[in-house]
Design a protein around this ligand. Structure first.
Ligand SMILES: Nc1ncnc2c1ncn2[C@@H]1O[C@H](COP(=O)(O)OP(=O)(O)OP(=O)(O)O)[C@@H](O)[C@H]1O
Ligand SMILES: O=C(O)C1=C[C@@H](O)[C@@H](O)[C@H](O)C1
Ligand SMILES: [Mg+2]
Length: 169
């Protein structure tokens, strides 16, 4: 079984995905980390040197590779993964998808300080620009995220809630 966590930057996909995989004894794959290892560059470097369009191609290829390489895994996707190409249909054809739905105010609080450097779409923006960008991005992406089979409403999630949703207990 493949379990995909989807949602905005800062929703907690990486944090929770790792915990869920440990609990289930599944492999854990963070798609952003996978891309960085595969390319030998950070996400920020890929955006800077090759641009977002190229990043989205690499992201799609990485998604396919992860699916080919794993049978029992929790996969934390990148914040934009479900919203490019037919990635969301692909994800739903391969396993169970869960949308981690976190209010924008909480996302905004989490994504500040040292967290920004890791997220090229937010770096080099003023606080006001970040707020506007996150508001517009969430509005544009929500229809993609809502194609997930399950939705968990945050801001805080427990592994127990995830296990219940997935009927694992
Ligand atoms: N339940 C939570 N309460 C408070 N802070 C949290 C919670 N979950 C995650 N965080 C914090 O929010 C930040 C983002 O979390 P995380 O990296 O797991 O998000 P993500 O969904 O993987 O984001 P991205 O799409 O950018 O990779 C981290 O600093 C993390 O420690
Ligand atoms: O929301 C996004 O578009 C992104 C989220 C991150 O996980 C990374 O995949 C990258 O920084 C882009
Ligand atoms: Mg992450």
């Amino acid at each position: 079984m493949l379990i995909f966590l989807i949602g905005m930057m800062g929703a907690g996909k990486t944090t929770l995905g790792w915990q869920l995989a440990n609990k289930l004894g599944y492999s854990f794959v963070d798609l952003d980390d996978f891309i960085e290892k595969r390319e030998g560059k950070s996400i920020a470097q890929i955006f800077e040197q090759e641009g977002q369009e190229c990043f989205r191609e690499l992201e799609r290829a990485a998604l396919e590779a992860v699916v080919t390489e794993n049978t029992k895994a929790v996969i934390s996707t990148g914040g934009g993964t479900p919203c490019f190409f037919n990635n969301m249909d692909f994800i739903n054809g391969q396993g169970k998808s869960i949308f981690l739905n976190v209010p924008l105010s909480e996302i905004f609080t989490r994504l500040s300080g040292s967290n920004l450097a890791l997220r090229p779409l937010l770096a080099n923006k003023t606080e006001e620009e970040r707020r506007l960008f996150l508001t517009n991005t969430l509005a544009a992406r929500k229809p993609c995220y809502e194609q997930a089979v399950y939705t968990l409403n945050g801001p805080d999630f427990t592994v127990q809630a995830l296990l219940k949703l997935l009927n694992y207990n």
